[in-house]
Ligand binder design. Sequence first.
Ligand SMILES: [Zn+2]
Length: 411
Amino acid sequence: MQPEALFGLALGIVSPWEVTAVEFNKESSRLDISIDFKRGSLFPCSVCGTLSPVHDTTEKQWRHLNFFQYEAYLKARVPRVKCPNSDCGVKQVQVPWARAGSGFTLLFEALVMTLCRDLPVNVIARHLTVTDTRLWRVLAAYVAKARAREDFSEVRRIGIDETASKRGHNYVTLCFDLDRKKLLFGTEGRDHETIEKFVVDLEAHGGKAENITDAAIDMSKAFIKGVAEQFPHAETTFDPFHVVKLMNDALAKIRAEEARAFPELLKKSRYLFLKNPENLKPEEEQRLNEIIATQNLESTEAYLHKLNLQNVYFADSRQEAEVLLAEWYKMASSSGLTLIRKMAATVKEHWNGILSHFDSDLTTGFLEGINSLIQAAKARARGYRNPANLITMAYIIAGKLNFKSLFPLPT
Ligand SMILES: [Zn+2]
């Protein structure tokens, strides 16, 4: 078998296309595979599908999977056809080995889509010797294609969360289907308008705002307002993860402030206070107990409020939870610590939404679990962490999108 025929077979090139030359250049470490079509071939018009004669051609090249350690390229003159149907005009032909407008073959892009599940994009870029900007464009294109096929008509219970794409700036809002445990929508910003954009996207995928029965959110005014405006039938729940996180933020500030007065005692104690007690190692638990036993620290008081608040979530019913929360509120609101009283006031203000967690049975650990997926997305977007790329990676990791069906590759 001639190399041209062999490569034609391996690449799945079929008539009217054929491999016409295979050139290996040792100096430039590359393999060039030339593809051409037979003179007089007809191609389907990209608008109406009518077989049409070639009008003119342009030279193009596509990066393909490496041939052993050598970069491989496909080259072809891509025809434009003049459709007999005058409404269509002159149109570029779609080649079977690449996506329109891409400088990569489908197989190369399939490899990128496989690698991006496990490796940071900048690592893949280095490995494949392409710029990460080009890879991000590939990822975004497949996410858009896969999302276009998504059906959100069954979505009933949603969770909304925000994350910082970079430390302290560029917030991103992520909206999840709590029943299917998947990311539905991501957008830049964290104001109430992000919820409006979510509804537009939800309805573009067959969902309905009035079908939403529950929304789990944090206690931000923007999300509360957005949910109230956009989802007329949704019960708002402030999920435990965010309630305890807010409490932990207050505790962390109190401890950090106090650590200045007691540097020796409180040195590197942040995680001792923030971790759940059952996750502490024996030596950490011992040190925390020593700190607590030392004297009347504000950190200790704040820590006890946190444990008592977490304890509310062990309640078996809303009724029991309300008793525990009322006890917690009584203690916290009479605290000498400003930040604890502020936390108490926040809890009071969001009382029903906090307790509705016990009615709605929303999958509680889910948003917390999602947070670790988002951290993974950030790690894989490493070195190029703009909000759009972070959202793209979040869809790949948490969107449960079907990418396989997007590659109609020869088998
Ligand atoms: Zn046509």
